[in-house]
Ligand binder design. Structure first.
Ligand code: NAD
Length: 525
């Protein structure tokens, strides 16, 4: 236990409402020793959790799911207050996603964890039976960002827990209260507190978790931090999943329903004030419908109701902090200076409170502008035109990121053909972002957008080590390939290969006759 003087001397973080700056809580950061101690306790508690039956672990997830469903209003309100997003969005993109992810784990855990028989093709190995066994790693460290402070760590935590791991979670320093609420719900559902621990603090606390005795890390955050984390993980050969940034392109073909596509573009670029890893960050529209599409987007953007997330009529809240507003401002200024047309927004909305930026529409953008090459992470829809489908594919792929993309068209075949050529972890046709809400669908990126997957079966795969177990069915029989080599044995093995692989039935029969002697070798050691 820390003494009062020690606690007073510690670094603290302040959780505050991004719209008003109101202080919600001041929390002491975990010291490196406390992080190591949390991992030690998790390691101690994990074996008995792993030893439970799948049904017993699933029962905890079911109780968690029920509690979350009952307390959804309270949790959504907390998310709105700490992260600034509209409560309706907290419901759909955070709570609903987690309830569904829990359902997926509950439904899938039994079949996923059942041993998988592995039939052998090689004739020489037919007297063995093999199977794949999936075992938890032990302790999974999760480092999470602030933009989806509930759904990101919760979906990863549920997947880790259901297969038998313990979790130590380092939430963003901007949204610690939401992570503590997740922990509370799980403990109330009957999970031992040592199996879900939350270590509070900023980068250095994440660093301490990375240096601790965790068995695997699931990191979600920016490319810059992800690279630093990957370097440290590589030094210790710590397996790591990296879910990093994105610059997702949207391609609108001339045969798309422009009313639907423009609504999709506005929602997909402005949801969570554009602070979504899967946000539409670049939009390419076929030239013949370009001006019409821009007109529709402008009309819809101007109708958006901006305000504090807690207001029930609000559609877009503030950005998370001043630094984020500053980046958006820089990107928009750079674009306009280089010749982009500003059709809506392009200014702070200080009259509403802190960190508000108006929903912004830019036209005629190019890849020389920062708004088309760097992650903006704000309420900006930059639009450019293209002529042929090949041009759209080239533009979409001209990015260091590859998280997701979307193609909008009335012709599914044409959309699929473009989707096949886009280098991204997810490509959606006639929708964007919602792949994250499909519990079965994997989430993760190509290129700089990350390594590994969360969500779905591939997400569960990341939480287990696969062990191959093999049983020999003839334990009293020495193996033909063991010692006692010589020219005779060499010929027998050559014949054995003819028996299996020679072309022509005659050569194969001859091979079989030559190989049979290997079973009766007298010079075996
Ligand atoms: P960030 O990289 O600044 O921080 C992410 C987390 O890492 C935070 O908890 C932070 O405290 C911690 N951290 C910072 N320095 C660290 C260090 N040296 N060692 C260990 N941990 C450290 O990112 P952010 O600003 O919180 O989040 C926004 C970014 O996250 C955007 O780039 C966004 O695209 C990305 N993101 C990606 C996904 C995805 O699934 N691919 C989802 C959400 C957000």
């Amino acid at each position: 236990m820390s003494t009062i003087t020690e606690v007073a001397a510690r670094t603290t973080i302040i959780s505050s409402d991004p719209a008003t700056g109101e202080k919600l809580a001041e929390l002491a950061c975990a010291t490196p020793e406390e992080v190591h101690e949390a991992v030690r306790r998790a390691r101690q508690a994990q074996p008995s959790w792993q030893a439970l039956s799948v049904a017993e672990r699933v029962a905890v997830l079911k109780r968690f799911q029920r509690k979350l469903s009952e307390r959804r209003d309270q949790v959504a309100t907390l998310i709105s207050r700490e992260a600034g997003k509209p409560t309706a969005e907290a419901m759909t993109t955070e709570i609903l996603v987690v309830l569904d992810a829990a359902e997926f784990c509950i439904r899938t855990a039994h079949s996923f964890l059942r041993d998988e028989p592995l039939p052998h093709g090689n004739l020489a190995m037919k007297t063995k039976r093999g199977r794949l066994v999936r075992e938890p790693y032990g302790v999974i460290g999760i480092i999470a960002p602030w933009n989806y402070p509930f759904s990101l760590p919760a979906t990863e935590t549920l997947a880790a827990l259901v297969v038998g791991n313990a979790v130590v979670l380092k939430p963003s320093e901007l949204t610690p209260l939401v992570a503590l609420e997740l922990q509370k719900l799980l403990v109330e559902a009957g999970l031992h507190p040592d199996l879900i621990q939350v270590v509070i603090g900023a980068g250095p606390v994440g660093g301490a978790l990375l240096e601790s005795e965790i068995d695997k890390l699931v990191f979600t955050g920016s490319v810059a931090t992800g690279k630093r984390v990957a370097e440290i993980a590589a030094r210790r050969l710590l397996p790591a999943v990296l879910e990093l940034g994105g610059k997702d392109p949207m391609i609108v073909l001339e045969d798309a329903d422009l009313d639907v596509a423009s609504s999709g573009a506005v929602w997909g670029s402005m949801v969570n004030a554009g602070q979504t890893c899967l946000s539409i960050e670049r939009c390419y529209v076929q030239r013949s419908v370009y001006e019409k599409f821009l007109g529709l987007c402008r009309e819809k953007i101007e109708k958006l109701r901006v305000g504090e997330g807690l207001g029930s009529e609000v559609e877009m809240g503030p950005l998370i902090q001043e630094r984020q507003v500053h980046t958006v401002e820089e990107h928009v200024t750079d674009a306009v200076t280089r010749g982009a047309r500003l059709l809506a927004g392009g200014r702070r909305m200080s009259e509403l409170g802190l960190n508000f930026y108006a929903p912004t529409l830019l036209a005629d953008v190019t890849h020389e502008m920062r708004v088309m090459s760097e992650e903006t992470f704000g309420p900006v829809l930059p639009v450019a035109s293209f002529d042929a489908d090949d041009d759209a594919v080239a533009l979409a792929n001209d990015s260091e990121f590859g998280l997701a993309a979307s193609v909008w068209t009335g012709n599914r075949k044409r959309g699929e053909a473009i989707a096949a050529r886009i280098k991204a972890g997810t490509v959606m046709i006639n929708d964007a972002i919602s792949g994250f809400g499909i519990a079965e669908a994997p989430h993760g990126g190509f290129k700089q957008s990350g390594i590994g997957r969360t969500h779905g079966k591939l997400g569960l795969d990341e939480m287990v080590q696969v062990k191959y177990v093999d049983v020999d069915l003839l334990p009293r029989m020495p193996k033909v390939w063991w010692y006692g080599y010589g020219i005779g044995f060499q010929r027998q093995m050559s014949s054995f290969m003819d028996m299996l692989f020679a072309s022509g039935i005659g050569a194969r029969i001859k091979g079989a006759l030559g190989a049979v002697g290997a079973l009766r070798r007298s010079n075996r050691i």
